[in-house]
Design a protein around this ligand. Structure first.
Ligand SMILES: Cc1cc2nc3c(=O)[nH]c(=O)nc-3n(C[C@H](O)[C@H](O)[C@H](O)COP(=O)(O)OP(=O)(O)OC[C@H]3O[C@@H](n4cnc5c(N)ncnc54)[C@H](O)[C@@H]3O)c2cc1C
Length: 449
């Protein structure tokens, strides 16, 4: 396998595969500043909130530790996906059918919201409205896939089962035997999307302070935020810091950061692309316990993600390579696409999602005045949902609660203290890896026969 350096290490990109640091960095906050709303974090959630507030006439300051898009928003796989294929078993019994239906509507509405915004804001991010296929690579996955599809449909999210013949008729690469076709959404370039939001926010008069790490905040009728070289004051604070929120003293008992890794190949040759088929380029995810995702990009590279998740002790989020994850991804790519031969790898990267034990979003208000709003916990589904969250939070700040925001309010299960959490999460991930490994071995044996 090429794409690893002479020592056999993968080609690591600390900023992810889609974005570069912008060439118009926005000045760091220095001294005192005041606004109607302070937003911390410039990913999909923070930038969308700022844009929606600016559209309602509010003066907004966004404080971002690095640069807009530095977090998961600039590192993800770019699947714009709705409510089909969520981890229903983790929350259905907890919230009940009626609320689950509204939650699924929130996920599906997230897809429509992004599609609307791309058109309204004129953001070109290579969006391919192909729909998504949730596929099985071995017959043992069919029952679970069909059950999940039935549950999703009963909760109001569309999808249809594709058997072996239907998958071949669509030209899907042969390792993916059967699957659920989810017609909403598709794939985009998340780097171009988040940078498009950044440009739109600047155009709308939002003040974005980059290289501005928030150190602490103090609540009250006016919230004060302390950064390394300044202070900002506003009647409302929005913490759009996702996986990093526990480091700001909030949600440490509700969400944990999980590291997700990705790998991108060099562009495929015309012959390699022809050998793949895959004419509509649907984003593919698998039905493993820890899913795999495989998609083609507009630059004709293959991007594969997930497969191995990692939890770092103490909810830490170091921006470091995860070589074991990259090797697993490279092996997975080879197993799913043997017709491509030895693939050159362009880059590997990792980022953090925030995960609640019931896999649902975590939204709410903190502070004595309930004027510190937060939104985290969108697991691996934030492209649509964290964008839509911007609208819901802006409406809430302006005094109206959208029914979709109301639907997300529920009792999130409490996380465990350390070291129990580290043991429990890594044990669960280890079991998932072993089960997935067994499926992959069976799929490999079946393919050899
Ligand atoms: C590898 C990978 C693949 C994924 N694939 C998909 C996918 O295909 N589809 C999908 O829907 N979702 C996917 N996700 C999840 C999705 O990317 C996230 O849910 C979403 O981007 C979260 O957006 P956000 O704005 O809430 O958070 P983020 O984008 O993480 O933004 C938070 C921001 O807060 C900033 N920040 C943190 N602390 C501070 C501080 N103290 N002061 C100032 N700023 C601070 C960070 O620098 C960061 O920019 C994936 C995630 C990863 C990592």
């Amino acid at each position: 396998m090429t794409g690893f350096d002479r020592q056999g290490r993968p080609v690591y990109r600390p900023l992810g595969g889609w974005v570069e640091a912008p060439d118009d960095p926005q000045p760091e906050l220095e001294g005192e500043a005041a606004a109607d709303v302070i937003v911390v974090g410039a990913g999909f959630a923070g930038l969308s909130t700022a844009l929606e507030l600016a559209a309602r006439g509010a003066k907004v300051i966004v404080l971002e530790r690095e640069f807009a898009g530095f977090g998961a928003s600039g590192r993800n796989a770019g699947y714009l996906a709705g409510g089909q294929g969520l981890e229903y078993d983790l929350f259905l019994r907890r919230v009940g059918h009626a609320q689950a239906k509204q939650i699924i509507r929130f996920y599906d509405e997230g897809v429509d919201y992004v599609e609307r915004k791309l058109a309204e804001l004129g953001i070109d991010c290579d969006y391919n409205a192909s729909g998504i296929i949730r596929a099985g690579v071995h017959p043992s996955q069919e029952k679970k896939l069909r059950k999940s599809l039935r549950t999703g449909v009963a909760l109001g999210s569309p999808g249809k089962f594709l058997d072996y013949a239907a998958m071949r008729a669509r030209g899907i690469p042969p390792a993916f035997l059967f699957g659920c076709y989810l017609p909403g959404g598709g794939t985009l370039d998340p780097g171009k999307y988040v940078m498009g939001l950044r440009r739109a926010a600047l155009r709308a008069g939002v003040r974005i302070c980059e290289n501005t790490k928030v150190l602490s905040w103090a609540d009250g009728p006016t919230v004060t935020v302390q950064t390394e070289r300044g202070r900002a004051h506003a009647p409302f604070l929005v913490l759009a810091t996702n996986a990093y929120t526990p480091q700001l003293g909030l949600l440490g008992n509700k969400v944990i950061p999980l590291r997700v890794s990705a790998l991108e190949t060099e562009p495929l040759s015309a012959a390699q692309l022809a050998s793949l088929g895959w004419p509509r380029r649907e984003g593919i995810v698998t039905a493993h316990w820890t899913m795999e995702s495989h998609r083609l990009t507009a630059r004709n590279t293959l991007v594969t993600t997930t497969k191995r998740l990692h939890y770092v002790y103490g909810r830490q989020t170091p921006n470091v390579p995860d070589e074991a994850a990259y090797r697993a991804l490279a092996n997975g790519l080879h197993q799913r696409f043997p017709m491509l031969g030895d693939l050159a790898i362009r880059s590997c990267w990792s980022g953090y999602i925030s995960f609640a034990y019931d896999a649902l979003p975590v939204v709410g208000e903190a502070g004595a005045q309930r004027n510190v709003l937060y939104a985290a916990g969108c697991s691996g589904h934030g492209v649509g949902t964290q964008s839509l969250m911007g609208l819901l939070l802006a409406e809430r700040i302006c005094g109206a609660e959208n029914p979709l925001l109301a639907a997300l309010r529920h009792n999130t299960p409490l996380t465990l203290p350390e070291p129990l959490q580290w043991c429990a999460v890594n044990a669960a991930l280890g079991v998932a890896n072993r089960l997935d490994h067994r499926v992959n071995r069976k799929a490999r044996d079946a393919a050899r026969r």
